[in-house]
Design a protein around this ligand. Structure first.
Ligand code: HEM
Ligand code: HEM
Length: 193
């Protein structure tokens, strides 16, 4: 082992336990969130939709808090993460990850501003985030009406590309990209030491 010290933080061979926990917990929450959105788009009156949709605001707001924490943690670890490849694919990966962050933040942020501007208040998991003021603020409502759903679907498309590339790296090109997010270090055979 080259790394006897704590693996809380990221390092050039892989992601630390905090980054990995945030990545996979949020991936599960996003799967749940997209399921509720897809059911809502198909038929919002179905009982199964009513069940999943009743969680959409709570899980969405939790994701907003989670992405803020994850973004701060990413910045703290920025200089110490596994390097991207050089050339086109590396640049595409870097831009793709930045775009994921932008959409992960913008989609729930727009919806939260809309909830505030609606004057009806917002609760998540039964906890009141802000009370209803009764005043409608169109400037906070309109952006989400225009873009929340659209950007949400754009995020789903981007995630599909992200997962495809992660699996391509691992199983087609047999590189250590997936292991550094799963185990936090390269597979034994690929280690230099
Ligand atoms: C990252 C988190 C979120 C994702 C990925 C997401 C995704 C989506 C998607 C794809 C739709 C379109 C569904 C359809 O076409 O029927 C949608 C609709 C909606 N979402 Fe979210 N959402 C998130 C967070 C939130 C939050 C935090 C709230 C409330 C505070 C919220 C409230 C709504 C509402 C009211 C709609 C129906 C109106 C509309 O399409 O804009 N969402 N969401
Ligand atoms: C089965 C699902 C998923 C797999 C297999 C997967 C795989 C990976 C892998 C292997 C990395 C490391 C890439 C590298 O070091 O260059 C990574 C990083 C990343 N993934 Fe995923 N991912 C999945 C789902 C998601 C989802 C749902 C999101 C967001 C909506 C996401 C957002 C990110 C981001 C932003 C990074 C950059 C590192 C970070 O800041 O956490 N991933 N993913």
């Amino acid at each position: 082992m080259t790394h006897e010290h704590s693996t809380l933080f990221d390092h050039p061979e892989g992601y630390g336990s905090v980054s990995r926990a945030l990545h996979w917990l949020m991936a599960l929450l996003f799967a749940w969130q997209f399921l509720s959105a897809m059911l809502h788009a198909i038929d919002r009156e179905m009982p199964v939709t009513r069940f999943f949709w009743s969680w959409h605001m709570s899980v969405g707001f939790l994701l907003l808090i989670a992405v803020i924490l994850r973004g701060v943690w990413a910045l703290i670890n920025l200089g110490n993460r596994p390097a991207h490849a050089t050339g086109f694919l590396g640049t595409a990966a870097r831009l793709g990850h930045v775009a994921l962050y932008v959409l992960m933040a913008a989609v729930p942020l727009l919806a939260t501003l809309r909830a505030y501007g609606s004057g009806r208040g917002l609760s998540a998991f039964g906890i009141q985030i802000f009370a209803g003021s009764g005043d409608r603020i169109p400037a906070l409502v309109e952006p989400a009406n225009i873009a929340h759903g659209f950007l949400g679907w754009a995020l789903l498309v981007l995630v599909a590309g992200h997962v495809t590339m992660a699996l391509t790296h691992a199983f087609l090109w047999r590189e250590d990209t997936l292991t550094r997010m799963l185990r936090g270090r390269p597979a034994p055979a690929a280690r230099a030491d």
